[in-house]
Design a protein around this ligand. Structure first.
Ligand code: FAD
Length: 448
C-alpha cells in the first residue's frame, strides 16, 4: 500500500509532523497511534530490528527473547488486541494456562488466568486462613477495578481538564477502595488482613510485585501493588514466535497507516528551530513539528546536549532502579517437558530478596515454535534484577565480577528449581546491563 504521508524515508532531508525516536514498544505504540490519526510520522530506530527490550534477536541461528517474554494488553478493548484486529496483524497470542508457575524453596504454585482459581489454590495450602484470604482478594479486586478503569481513560490522568475533574468528582465513591490503601505499602494491607505471616501469599505477592512494579510487598505502594496483581487476569498471553513478531507487525501497521520507519538510523542530536525541531540521525536530517523521544532522561539530555531540572531529577530516580542479568539458553527438547510455552518464576531461598539470581524469570518457547532453534530444540530466556546503583559505583572489573556472581547464582537457582530444564541446556549466552546499554541505548543499562 502506498503510504498516505508521502515521507520519502530514503531521502536525507525529511519533513514530518512527528519524529519518534526509538522503536521499542513505547515508540512503536506512539508512532502507530499518531499515524492512525493521520499525522505524518517518521520513526527512527538504531537497531536493525524493532522491539528494544521486548525484541526477538538472532544469535548463532537461534531466536531469543531479549528481555520481555510475557506481554499484556490482549483482552477485548485493550490496545494490542485493538491493533491486532484493526490491522489484521499476523500475530498469534496463545492464552496459555497457567501463565506462570512459581517455584520456591517451600511451594509450587500454578498461577492461572482466573483470580478464582488462584484463591482456591492458596486456600488449599496447609494452614490457609481461608476467610481472611477471601476478604483480602475481595479488597484487592475492588482496588484493581478502580485503578484499571482509571488507566483505561488517559484523559482522566494529569494534567486534568475541568471536564476530567468533574468526572473524578462523580466517580469518588468508586475510588473509596483506593483511598483506603493510599500511601501504604502492600505489606500493611496483608497485615490488616492478618495475612502477613501466611508465607504462600507473601511469596506469591513478592514474586508478582517483583516482575510488575519491580519491588517487594514491603515497599510497593498498595494501590499499584494490588492492581498489578491483576496482570495475570487481564489480557496477558504468550506471543507465538516471540514478542519480536508483534514488534514487526507494529512496524508494518505503521507503514500501512502512512508512517515511515527507518531502521539502523540512530538519532544523535535534537535541536530546536523556529518551526519545531531538527532531528539529526545516521541517515540524515528530519525537520519535525514535534518529537517523541522514547528514551531515558539521561539519553534525552545527551540528545539535546542540555540539562534540565526535570530530566536530571528523573535521571536520578532511574539510576536508583534496576538493571538485568540474563541467560539465554538452548534446551534439548524432551517429551517430559511441557509442549506449550511455559513461564516459570524460580526462587532459590524464599527468605531472601527476590533479586540478584535468587529470583529468576524463565520463559521456555513452545515445542512447535521450531523457528526459534530448529526441531528438537527450544530456547529459554532467563532474567534477574541487579542493583543499578551498586553496579555504577563499581570499577569495571568489579562490575564484571558482580554480574558473573549473579549469573552463577541464576544457574544455581535453575539447577535447584528447574533441574528438568537446566539439565538439558545445550548452549548458553549471557547478557548484562552493559549489553542492554549497548543494544537499547539505555544509559547504565537501566531497565526498570
Ligand atoms: C529482562 C527484562 C524482562 C522484562 N520482562 C517483561 C515482561 O515479561 N513483560 C512485560 O510486559 N514487560 C517486561 N519487561 C519490560 C519491557 O520490556 C519494557 O518496559 C518495554 O519493552 C520498554 O519499551 P520502551 O519502548 O519504553 O523502551 P526500549 O524497549 O528500551 O526501546 C527503546 C528503543 O529505542 C532505541 N533507541 C534508543 N536510543 C535511540 C536513538 N538515539 N536513536 C534511535 N533509536 C534509539 C533502542 O534501540 C530501542 O529499540 C522486561 C524488561 C526487561 C529488561
Amino acid at each position: 500500500m502506498t503510504p498516505r504521508s508521502g515521507i520519502n524515508a530514503s531521502s536525507r532531508d525529511v519533513r514530518a509532523d512527528v519524529c519518534v525516536i526509538g522503536a521499542g514498544f513505547g515508540g512503536l505504540s506512539a508512532a502507530l497511534a499518531l499515524a492512525e490519526r493521520g499525522a505524518k510520522v517518521l520513526l527512527c530506530e538504531s537497531l536493525k530490528y524493532p522491539g528494544g527490550c521486548a525484541s526477538t534477536f538472532v544469535r548463532g541461528g537461534c531466536r531469543f527473547e531479549a528481555g520481555a517474554t510475557l506481554f499484556s494488553g490482549f483482552d477485548e478493548g485493550q490496545p494490542f488486541r485493538k491493533w491486532i484486529d484493526r490491522h489484521a496483524m499476523d500475530v498469534v497470542v496463545d492464552p496459555i494456562d497457567p501463565l506462570v508457575e512459581l517455584r520456591t524453596s517451600t511451594m509450587t504454585l500454578a498461577i492461572g488466568r482466573e483470580r478464582g482459581s488462584l484463591i482456591e489454590s492458596l486456600c488449599a495450602m496447609p494452614g490457609a486462613p481461608e476467610a481472611s484470604l477471601r476478604r483480602f482478594f475481595a479488597e484487592q479486586r475492588a482496588v484493581a477495578d478502580a485503578l484499571w478503569a482509571l488507566f483505561r481513560e488517559p484523559a482522566l490522568l494529569p494534567p486534568l481538564s475541568a471536564r476530567s475533574i468533574l468526572t473524578h468528582v462523580a466517580r469518588l465513591p468508586a475510588y473509596a477502595p483506593i483511598l483506603r490503601v493510599i500511601g501504604r505499602p502492600v505489606r500493611s494491607v496483608l497485615a490488616r488482613h492478618e495475612l502477613d505471616r501466611f508465607e504462600p501469599l507473601r511469596q506469591f505477592m513478592d514474586a508478582v510485585l517483583q516482575i510488575t512494579v519491580q519491588t517487594s510487598s514491603d515497599e510497593a505502594e498498595a494501590p499499584f501493588g494490588l492492581s498489578s496483581m491483576d496482570y495475570y487476569f487481564r489480557g496477558t498471553g504468550h506471543v507465538r514466535g516471540g514478542i519480536g513478531s508483534l514488534a514487526n507487525a507494529m512496524v508494518s501497521a505503521i507503514e500501512r497507516s502512512g508512517g515511515s520507519v527507518r531502521m539502523t538510523d540512530r538519532v544523535h542530536a535534537i535541536e530546536r528551530d523556529r518551526e519545531g525541531w531538527i532531528v539529526r540521525s545516521r541517515r540524515g536530517t528530519t525537520r519535525a513539528r514535534h518529537v517523541v523521544a522514547n528514551v531515558l532522561p539521561e539519553a534525552l539530555e545527551r540528545l539535546r546536549r542540555e540539562r534540565y531540572h526535570e530530566t536530571t531529577e528523573l535521571a536520578g530516580l532511574v539510576a536508583s532502579g534496576w538493571g538485568a542479568a540474563m541467560l539465554y539458553l538452548v534446551i534439548d527438547d524432551d517429551p517430559s517437558l511441557p509442549a506449550q510455552a511455559k513461564h516459570y518464576e524460580l526462587v532459590g531461598d524464599a527468605s531472601l530478596p527476590f533479586i540478584e539470581g535468587n529470583h529468576v524469570f524463565v520463559s521456555l518457547s513452545a515445542r512447535d515454535e521450531t523457528e526459534r532453534a530448529g526441531p528438537g530444540k527450544r530456547t529459554a530466556t532467563c532474567s534477574t534484577h541487579v542493583y543499578a546503583a551498586k553496579l555504577r559505583a563499581m570499577s569495571e572489573d568489579g562490575q564484571r565480577a558482580y554480574v558473573e556472581r549473579v549469573q552463577e547464582s541464576m544457574r544455581g537457582t535453575l539447577r535447584a528449581r528447574a533441574s528438568e530444564l537446566y539439565a538439558r541446556c545445550a548452549r548458553e549466552e549471557t547478557a548484562s546491563p552493559r549489553t542492554f546499554e549497548r543494544f537499547t541505548g539505555r544509559p547504565g543499562g537501566y531497565v526498570a
